[in-house]
Design a protein around this ligand. Structure first.
Ligand SMILES: Nc1ncnc2c1ncn2[C@@H]1O[C@H](COP(=O)(O)OP(=O)(O)OP(=O)(O)O)[C@@H](O)[C@H]1O
Ligand SMILES: [Mg+2]
Length: 269
């Protein structure tokens, strides 16, 4: 699990595993996320569902949109950024797992005192109110960006809390950013109903991520190799990877960026 520096807290997510240097493209998508965050800063609560196939770049996009620029110029732009990831647990369900992880990352002076109790099995029914009250209080002090990664693995109490929070006061300075891998949600999955209900809420919008464009794949290769790749390599990787950033990253690992060897080497791997 990697950690990125955020404005006033550190957020850990399941991605950002370091096998792709630099962040490329996604200009429109970054603007979409930042406008939800900016609206929240001005007192218009909003939520964004970022969905797409595995490895398309959902987690990385949200990290990039909420991370502090290296030069520090965006410090305190977004306020408190808290994130947690849902886990693909198979033999049990841990109530509120991503929200517990997110709230634990709040600075100690802001952390909700009863969080451990609220997340326990006995008092889970009280968690929506408790977390909602906590967010209400913190959002009056500073804007909050709450990131929930990999919602396809969310426990039902997490879904309930998110629903309760987003059905609450719309003027709080809160942005909820959720990533969702579509391929994991089959018919009958509890998330389908939740998604249908969420989409009817005026404060909720969605962002569907597709593959990178060819020039973005070129930029990604340049970031990986540290030099401008030959066009034949760009074509090869773009075609083979389907322009999925994670595939570009792995398929280019064996491909030198120079024009002489790139195509031949790629074809043999
Ligand atoms: N815009 C980008 N620029 C550079 N690298 C990227 C970009 N988007 C994604 N990557 C890289 O591609 C890989 C997969 O990205 P990421 O983990 O964000 O995908 P994901 O959609 O969240 O996948 P999953 O469904 O498995 O959670 C990571 O190594 C990430 O660093
Ligand atoms: Mg992810």
């Amino acid at each position: 699990m990697a950690t990125v520096q955020c404005h006033t807290a550190r957020v850990a997510t399941s991605a950002g595993t370091g096998h792709s240097q630099g962040f490329v493209g996604r200009i429109h998508e970054l603007e979409t996320i930042r406008s939800v965050v900016d609206d929240a800063r001005s007192g218009r609560m909003g939520a964004l569902l970022v969905s797409g196939d595995a490895g398309i770049g959902k987690t990385r996009l949200v990290e990039a949109a909420t991370a502090t620029p290296a030069d520090g110029s965006g410090a305190d732009r977004d306020g408190l950024v808290l994130g947690g990831a849902c886990l693909p647990l198979s033999t049990m369900s841990v109530p509120l797992a991503p929200l517990r992880a997110a709230l634990r990352r709040a600075p100690p002076e802001l952390r909700p005192p009863a969080l451990s109790g609220a997340a326990s099995h006995e008092v889970t029914g009280g968690a929506p109110v408790l977390i909602d009250d906590w967010l209400e209080r913190v959002c009056t002090q500073q804007p909050v960006v709450l990131v929930v990664d990999d919602l396809q693995w969310a426990d039902e109490s997490t879904l309930d809390v998110l629903m309760f929070v987003l059905a609450g006061s719309t003027d709080r300075r809160l942005a909820v950013l959720v990533t969702l891998r579509y391929g994991e949600i089959g018919t009958g999955h509890p998330l389908n109903r939740w998604l249908a209900d969420m989409r009817r809420m005026p404060c909720v919008s969605k962002l569907s991520l597709g593959p990178l464009a060819r020039h973005e794949t070129r930029d990604q290769l340049a970031a990986i190799h540290g030099v401008t790749p030959h066009e034949s390599l760009v074509t090869e990787v773009f075609t083979r990877s389907g322009a999925t950033p994670t595939s570009t990253s792995s398929s280019s690992r064996h491909c030198p960026p120079d024009p002489v060897t790139s195509v031949r080497t790629c074809r043999t791997t």
